[in-house]
Write a protein that binds this ligand. Structure first.
Ligand code: ADP
Length: 402
């Protein structure tokens, strides 16, 4: 079976053609600068997950339709293609950012699903319109092909009201659906499911914290295989400080900055989303590797940025251990979580009282599944690489073969 996984952003579109059962990727790539000019980067992948061919094409992409058409055309290209005809593509799975409180799981794209994604645009104004454009473009280019929407928020829909409600007047919740939703749900679901399998115990006996630490970062508390709480909120701006996002701040800061610098609330939020976080504290970079290099050279701001990140994540681990009433398993995933052993150690330092003991030697692991805690650590600490595309492909295959 071959599933095309699409992640459409406002000016970019990522894709992978993959087998949902074996996880084998046949081709993957990226359309960039949609609505500006347009560039397609396409890679053909072999069975060892190595890139065997790479092609970059400048293609006019005034809209997502041209981007999708360029993807479909290179997938059947004589030289760079990986299928003879699009009939070999069994279905398409789309990452959709915001499912509001309408979607607790993935669903087949039909009129009701498209309408609901549209209705969630006020909650995900940057991503949902692009996600919908990706769906419509695929529909137009491959009429009748089954499509599935996989929501970033869905995994978190099991949170109880005490975790998802904000303590603000009820009408904003009832009329406007303002509440905690959480994001990276596909990753939290993939990684927590895998951790439960690896722990070899029933989900009902396991309390887990998943730390998805990348350019965007979020943590989730999981009990009985279900999300109980998560650090992102109505939007992905909430939670720990991130690459370029501030994470949680006192909302009064927004009013102060807007008044003093004559900024609109949306300009201020753009600053909090794109120019804050590690980038702003270090004054150098949002990339944790650059911060590490800077700190090594004695740059105090780079060192402080890493300290603030570790401290922010540590505080969430402590609060989720309390919320869960114990902890069996802590899992690190995503770019930083999978690769940055020093950051993992910095985060876990001082958490021995919770039963978290890291083995420095095991903790050198990068990008592969491994226990990094000591044998006598009460909490099993794992590195588990995430694979959101595979989860999307698996959901798509499951729903389309029902
Ligand atoms: P995104 O949120 O964009 O999906 P990723 O999960 O891909 O982010 O994580 C990207 C981040 O991971 C980079 O910004 C970088 O800081 C960090 N990263 C990747 N590789 C390493 C590494 N070897 N060491 C430290 N940090 C790394």
């Amino acid at each position: 079976m071959k599933i095309l996984v699409i992640n459409a952003g406002s000016s970019s579109l990522k894709y992978q053609l993959m087998d949902p059962y074996s996880g084998r990727v046949y081709a993957k790539g990226l359309c960039e600068r949609i609505g500006i000019d347009g560039r397609l980067t396409h890679k053909v992948i072999d069975e060892n997950d190595e890139t065997v061919l790479k092609e970059t094409r400048e293609i006019a992409m005034p809209t997502h339709s041209e981007a999708i058409e360029s993807v479909l055309s290179i997938l059947v290209d004589e030289k760079f293609g990986v299928v003879k005809s699009l009939d070999e593509v069994d279905a398409v799975g789309h990452r959709v950012l915001h499912g509001g409180d309408k979607f607790i799981e993935s669903c087949i794209v039909d009129d009701a699903c498209k309408k609901a994604i549209e209705e969630c645009i006020p909650l995900g104004p940057l991503h949902n319109p692009a996600n919908l454009k990706g769906i419509l473009a695929c529909e137009a280019a491959m009429p009748g092909k089954k499509q599935v929407a996989v929501f970033d928020t869905a995994f978190h829909m099991t949170m109880p009201p005490k975790a998802y409600r904000y303590a603000i007047p009820k009408e904003f919740y009832e009329k406007d659906h303002i509440r905690r939703y959480g994001f990276h749900g596909t990753s939290h679901r993939f990684v927590s499911k895998r951790a439960i399998e690896l722990m070899g115990k029933p989900a009902s006996e396991l309390k887990l914290i998943v730390a998805h630490l990348g350019n965007g970062s979020s943590l989730s508390a999981v009990a009985d295989g279900k999300c109980q709480d998560t650090s992102m909120g109505l939007s992905p701006l909430a939670g720990v400080p991130m690459g370029t996002r501030s994470g949680d701040i006192d909302p009064c800061i927004v009013e102060f900055i807007c008044n003093k610098y004559n900024m609109s609330p949306s300009e201020c939020l753009t600053m909090l989303n794109k120019k804050s976080g590690m980038l702003s504290v270090s004054g150098k970079s949002s990339d944790f590797r650059d911060l590490e290099a800077g700190a090594k050279e004695g740059n105090e701001d780079c060192a402080l940025a890493r300290e603030m990140f570790a401290y922010g994540v540590k505080k969430y681990i402590g609060s989720y251990a309390a919320a869960l009433g114990g902890l069996d398993c802590l899992v690190f995933t995503a770019g930083v979580g999978e690769n940055d052993g020093k950051m993992r150690a910095q985060i876990c330092e001082g958490l021995e009282f919770l039963g978290i003991k890291i083995d420095p030697e095991k903790n050198t692991v990068r990008g592969e599944e491994r226990i990094i805690s000591t044998e006598d650590s009460k909490v099993t600490v794992w590195v588990i690489p995430t694979n959101e595309e595979l989860m999307i492909a698996q959901d798509t295959a499951e729903l389309c073969t029902k």
